[in-house]
Write a protein that binds this ligand. Structure first.
Ligand code: ADP
Ligand code: ASP
Ligand code: MG
Length: 438
């Protein structure tokens, strides 16, 4: 059994949906995970924004516009009146349901119900299209088996048990379609796995059914060695270790959501990144094998804040770091990078919700300095410390760029630099030229 996930870009129009249908109809058993059509989740977020601000007219305007767009897609997708009408009715019900939220109290429960509708529509559209084409297929509802636990983390044991049940009680077909992103939480309410979370769904399903492979299909030919939206001359990386892919996903290579690595790695199921526009291309394979001595790729994560605490009392004091970390923990703020010296410690965070409180509490222990609008540049590859020269090559590429922090040795797979956001493009291009294009 294979798991194939198609992102919003791959189901972004009627033509793209037809393309997906031809890719999945290859005679093999599979579960297909779909995102919402591209742009839809953003529109649903916009609707929620209006509702949160008590502006039902604004919400209705977005709802009407989105419904019009879906009408157009549906008219293009189906060739028979039967399936066209059936899908129009279904989508009409979803949009009327969305309208009902403009007349009632709006809380985070309603918000999560609204955000779930994009995947519900896209999976119904593709299932109906496959049926119209005479393909034997069945839609299974993610809300029947995908679930998070009391910590908001996917409950793997529950997912495995329920999904096995759902499949056993479904008609026997080759192609099961299901929704990415959406789930229920511990209270049974509709919830989601965070933005971009359809990749996570695919990997959780792959692990639950012991899939032979998890394929993530998108609009580009695999993970590139640098951000193709910013840097010139990037090329696809053909192979990554799970840890390398996780670092890249976390540090901004948007093609793969970082959470999706862990379940696949744990179950030792290879993940393939493939291109819907060029299905025959090899893409990127991610598994547990390493490529000794190779630098693979560079990624960048913006909106980073650096915090430095300098304290003469820190000198040789044990327990200092614990006190500092406890402050971050008490405000549920996680630290990305950390560098220490005998007199100070610098950390970076990406969530500044509680920055003022954190700074206030840190001042008990020393002088605090903050740098905003920073960016982490992460170089990924086989960086085992016994290999020589990699750090030097990465640092050499950064020679003209002011560097606030450097972190190396935390894992075998990365060296990170903290720089100004305004230097990001220049740094990425310099690394591209020095590490890959010479
Ligand atoms: P989907 O809708 O299929 O999930 P996304 O838009 O979420 O697709 O993510 C894929 C996009 O991420 C690509 O179009 C590409 O421009 C961008 N991207 C960012 N960094 C990288 C990278 N290192 N390699 C490949 N693509 C990247
Ligand atoms: N539709 C959701 C989003 O746009 C989930 C996903 O596409 O992965 O974030
Ligand atoms: Mg995505």
């Amino acid at each position: 059994m294979k798991v194939m996930k198609f992102g919003g870009t791959s189901v972004g129009s009627a033509a793209r949906m037809k393309n997906v249908a031809s890719l999945i109809n290859d005679g093999e058993d599979k579960i297909v995970v779909l995102s919402a059509m591209s742009g839809t989740t953003n529109s649903l977020v916009e609707i929620c924004g209006y509702l949160a601000n008590n502006n039902p007219e604004g919400a209705n305007e977005v709802i009407n516009k989105l419904e019009g767009l879906y009408r157009k897609h549906i008219n293009e997708l189906y060739s028979t009146e039967q399936y066209k009408q059936q899908t129009i009715e279904l989508v009409k019900d979803v949009f009327n349901y969305l309208r009902s939220f403009t007349k009632q109290l709006f809380t985070s429960i309603e918000e999560r119900i609204i955000l779930a509708q994009g995947e519900i529509i896209s999976t119904n559209m593709v299932t109906n299209y496959l049926k119209e084409q005479g393909v034997s297929t069945h839609l299974i509802a993610a809300l029947d088996y995908m679930r998070t636990d009391k910590n908001g983390e996917p409950d793997s044991a529950y997912i495995k048990e329920k999904l096995t049940d759902v499949l056993a009680n479904s008609p026997k077909v080759q192609i099961y379609i299901t929704q990415g992103f959406i789930c229920r939480n511990i209270n049974g309410e509709i919830d989601n796995l965070q933005r971009g979370g359809s990749d996570y769904t695919a990997s959780l399903i792959g692990a639950a059914v012991g899939a032979s492979e998890i394929q993530i299909w998108t609009d580009i030919d695999g993970m590139h060695n640098n951000d193709p939206r910013i840097v010139e001359g990037t090329t696809a990386v053909r192979h990554l270790h799970f840890e390398e892919a996780a670092e890249l996903g976390y540090f901004g290579a948007k093609i793969l959501h970082p959470t999706c690595i862990q379940p696949a790695k744990f179950a030792n199921i290879p993940v393939k990144l493939l291109n819907t526009m060029e299905p025959e291309a090899p893409g990127t394979t991610i598994n547990n094998d390493a490529d000794p001595g190779t630098i693979k790729a560079v990624a960048a994560k913006e909106n980073i804040t650096a915090i430095k605490i300098k304290s003469s009392r820190m000198l040789l004091a044990h327990g200092f770091l614990r006190k500092v970390f406890e402050i971050f923990e008490s405000y549920q703020t996680s630290i990305d990078m950390i560098c220490t010296s005998e007199v100070g410690v610098s950390m970076s965070i990406d969530n500044t919700k509680h920055l003022n409180e954190i700074v206030h509490d840190l001042k008990k222990y020393g002088t605090v300095t903050i740098d905003h609008n920073m960016c982490i540049i992460c170089v990924v590859g086989d960086m085992d410390w016994e290999n020589i020269g990699f750090e030097a090559r990465a640092m050499d590429a950064m020679r003209d760029i002011p560097v606030r922090m450097i972190s190396f040795g935390g894992s075998n797979y990365n060296i990170s630099f903290l720089i100004k956001e305004s230097d990001k493009k220049r740094a990425l291009q310099a690394l591209q030229d020095k590490l890959f294009n010479n």
